[in-house]
Design a protein around this ligand. Sequence first.
Ligand code: GLY
Length: 418
Amino acid sequence: MTFHNILTLTGALLLCAAGANASLAKKSKSSTENQSRIIENAHAQMLLQIKAIESDTSKNVLNPVTTKRNRFSTAYCSWADWRSGFFPGSVWYMYELTGDKSLLPLAAKYTEAISRAQTLTSHHDIGFIINCSFGNGRKYVNKEEYEKVLVTAAKSLCTRYRPNAHIIQSWNTSPGSWQASRGWKCPVIIDNMMNLELLFNATEITGDSTFYDVAVNHANTTLNQHFRPDGSCYHVIDYDAETGVVLHRNTGQGYADQSAWSRGQAWAIYGFSMCFRKTGDRRYLDQALKTFEFMKNHRNMPDDLVPYWDMDAPDVPDEPRDASSAAIIASALYDISTFDIDNADSYKDYADKIMKSLSSRKYSARPGTNGRFILKHSTGSIPHNSEIDVPLNYADYYYLEALIRATSKPATNNPRTQ
Ligand code: GLY
């Protein structure tokens, strides 16, 4: 090659690079603008939800959870409901996304309205309730008071630990309950993985490793018992609490015992990636990735990556979707993409695709519609004929969390930095 040719090629490459840089800059500007539009839409919807709460004249602080069967009016839940921490948590997240200071006292008010839940011992969901509300709020206000609540709640959760079986019992089986009618003795659901973050946080706050040990024991037993060879998980494993022997492998909210209930898969992906972030134990991440690969490669995964409520439901493609599963998976994948692992960016790319779908008009509601929730098309429990193709407050919560994680830097406590 002559000197002239080299110069021409170098010039061409430089021009190309300059063009690529300009188009990258344009792309990133348009994706920032897009992100701002998405956040503005969600913010407007949340302000309407808050307006409805604040104009209510009853003594109770309303806690929005879904829409009523008429699909127009908003349904609210009590402090003891497993979903009571998600709306307060979403308000903290919206503050983080927008910097709208008017949200801070409201987030604190909605959080403190459910503080009675810190001593709840009748089910395992205290982790969802307290960690999503007080756990997020402690960054902004009343740090010590909020941390006290987290620790009390962690102690409450530990009352459900069954030391011989090394698990936390998820549900009670009181006579007359639907759980008892299934013949279960000590049922543990995959969702319970999400409650472990409260325990890890309690150890970080107090230095008392008891909480950490309970969390790790529960995660290890779940790792051994809840998964099938293809990476998918059962919803319910029923144990003999005295011996740890598995009595049943069933579903509660899925289509069949052997099917892949989508939110259960999402809880597994998120729960085990969170356990990796908290412990550095690579087995947890491997399981999260295996379950994710199962979902990603499932023959019924729709092109827009928003799963059917159960991936094996019989009438796919005419089955309801579950936007909550998509949001939970997206949030977990953004977390995973910050770990020092092979192909970390590919998890972010997949999460970006999910978020593009969820942020489209197909799934994102126009302000003032959809019971003032952000996302449409989630499914609570088809076997219980409950909340089918509706908004759900936890879909919104994980969607907002994913929006934050999409743009934030790796957490200082992730395993890459340890
Ligand atoms: N934890 C209950 C559910 O995912 O529906």
